[in-house]
Write a protein that binds this ligand. Structure first.
Ligand code: ADP
Length: 496
């Protein structure tokens, strides 16, 4: 593997010869091998523009996605190649990894055998063990026919296997219809929409939560909270004031920032702050393979939020829609983006009253520009990585219900530079586990102390904030024509 200087030279060479495909591919491979995942992803994407459908590049891109837990995006990248018979078997193994991570063990196992039976050398013993299938395809599996992609999908009319079973009625799974407390500002929910009898039942992959969090549970981020208050909360809390200025509640806010920085946490807290229901949807979950099904899923999700207003409808991984644009079914994707926007705009003025749409992405530069038109996600809000004071505050919140000795959270914050909220949660979880073990041996509860957190911090590798900043820097410096990402400027100019 290259050293840092070698890698830097390779980056520089690729910058000077952006059309040199082998060079870019080599750079992407090196970045992937060294764990610069976001940067590897960007390089593979750029290489794929030069050589669409190149199997090695697609495999690299999919691996970068899988390693960033962007499993929907990995499947989207693989899908066009998997659709042709005789696709390279290593792509099938990657798809199996992504499918398994999405909870679809049946299709993952099918993909895996098919791939390994065609080329045993692509076998992955760990994956095979997790799939509970023998690592090599010695004999038990009949040679699969060279069928096109996703042959194991159930026929339309039955629910796709990788989604939770649809609720018998379109009522939310964990909130009895009608049991939601009546809200003074919003009328009782409209009757559930009728769906055409033919075709798959819309998947209600989303559930309605009642968030017990409020902004007090979100450390730091004062500017972000203020932006959300003005955009989301005040129109609901003081409707007369907004009406007087001809403004209506609704529209959306796009939260963007490095993974783990607290976007989901913040959205959940906004719902709690407002006394609103919370519906959390991974957009990748909605995009399923049936043409037409995703549209129904999207409609069902918006309707679920409308029936539970006031409601914060949170779409994670909103860039998944953009990832789909690069695939071969562009027309379908276009249709889906359009439907998303139509649902967001609402059929009439009142359609989305009391429905606050928050979307989150780690990759805002892939989000369709149409999303950012006025009245939609027109004010992207950066959820930045926490500085030292914010890290100490996050640690304080994460530890507040634990038995504690006197704590020096600032000391822990100092040694956790580049850690985001999710990493700090990892540190606290590890320290608690260790303390629990010690308490069991001691036969009495021992309080968590600063050295426990310091020791745990040594064992947790922070999420790739640096890599994220490097990618962000590329976009802000070279593709920020509309000024949409100006808020990032001071961040990417800082030293990481
Ligand atoms: P993202 O959606 O940006 O990937 P999450 O919201 O899932 O990140 O953050 C992961 C976890 O980190 C949260 O569940 C929460 O426990 C913790 N966390 C992140 N940011 C904060 C914060 N500002 N205050 C308190 N906890 C936080």
């Amino acid at each position: 593997m290259l050293d840092d200087a070698g890698l830097q030279a390779l980056r520089e060479a690729a910058r000077l010869s952006p059309e040199n495909l082998p060079l870019r591919q080599h750079l992407a491979g090196q970045l992937l091998a060294r764990g610069y995942l976001a940067e590897a992803e960007a390089e593979y994407r750029a290489a794929l523009v030069l050589a669409p459908k190149n199997a090695d590049i697609t495999a690299g891109l999919a691996e970068a996605f899988v390693r960033q837990s962007a499993h929907g995006a990995a499947l989207a990248a693989l899908e066009p190649l998997l659709a042709s018979p005789g696709y390279p078997p290593k792509l099938g193994v990657l798809a199996a990894r992504a499918l398994l991570a999405e909870g679809d063990a049946a299709r993952a196992a099918h993909r895996y055998h098919e791939a390994v039976s065609r080329d045993p050398s692509v076998g992955d013993p760990d994956l095979a063990a997790r799939l509970s299938v023998p690592p090599a395809p010695a004999s038990p599996y009949p040679a699969p026919a060279p069928t096109p992609a996703y042959p194991a999908y159930p026929a339309p009319g039955s629910a796709p296997a990788h989604h939770p079973a649809p609720a018998p009625a379109p009522a939310p799974a964990n909130v009895a219809a009608g049991s939601a407390p009546a809200h003074p500002l919003y009328p009782p929910p409209a009757p559930a929409p009728a769906y055409p009898a033919a075709g798959p039942t819309p998947t209600e992959s989303a559930e309605v939560e009642r968030s017990g969090l409020s902004f007090a549970d979100v450390a730091g981020m004062e500017a972000v909270k203020e932006a959300l208050r003005i955009k989301l909360l005040l129109p609901i809390q003081q409707p007369e004031l907004f009406a007087a200025y001809g403004k209506r509640a609704g529209g959306g806010v796009l939260l963007y920032g490095p993974p783990g920085a607290g976007k989901t946490h913040l959205a959940r807290a906004a719902a709690g702050e407002l006394g609103a229901a919370f519906v959390n949807v991974g957009l990748a979950d909605i995009l399923d393979m049936y043409i037409g099904s995703s549209e129904r899923n999207l409609r069902a999700t918006f309707d679920l939020a409308r029936r539970n207003r006031p409601c914060v409808l949170f779409f994670d991984e909103v860039d998944a829609l953009a990832a789909r644009r690069s695939d071969m079914r562009q027309a379908h994707t276009r249709q889906l983006v359009n439907q998303f926007l139509a649902e967001l705009d609402g059929v009439d003025q009142k359609a989305n009253e009391g429905v606050l749409v928050l979307a989150a992405t780690n990759a805002p530069w892939y989000v369709d520009a149409a999303f950012r038109r006025p009245g939609r996600f027109d004010q992207p809000v950066l959820v930045p990585p926490p500085d030292a004071a914010a890290r100490a505050a996050i640690l304080r919140i994460l530890c507040r219900d634990k038995p504690l000795a006197e704590m020096d959270f600032d000391a822990v914050a100092r040694v956790t530079e580049h850690f985001v909220g999710a990493d700090l949660k990892g540190v606290v979880d590890r320290a608690v586990e260790a303390k629990l073990q010690q308490s069991i041996s001691a036969g009495r509860p021992l309080p968590l102390s600063t050295p426990d957190l310091l020791a745990a911090a040594q064992t947790v590798r922070p999420t790739a904030v640096r890599e994220w900043m490097a990618t962000a820097r590329n976009y802000v410096m070279h593709a920020n024509d509309s000024g949409a990402w100006d808020e990032l400027l001071p961040w990417v100019k800082a030293k990481w």
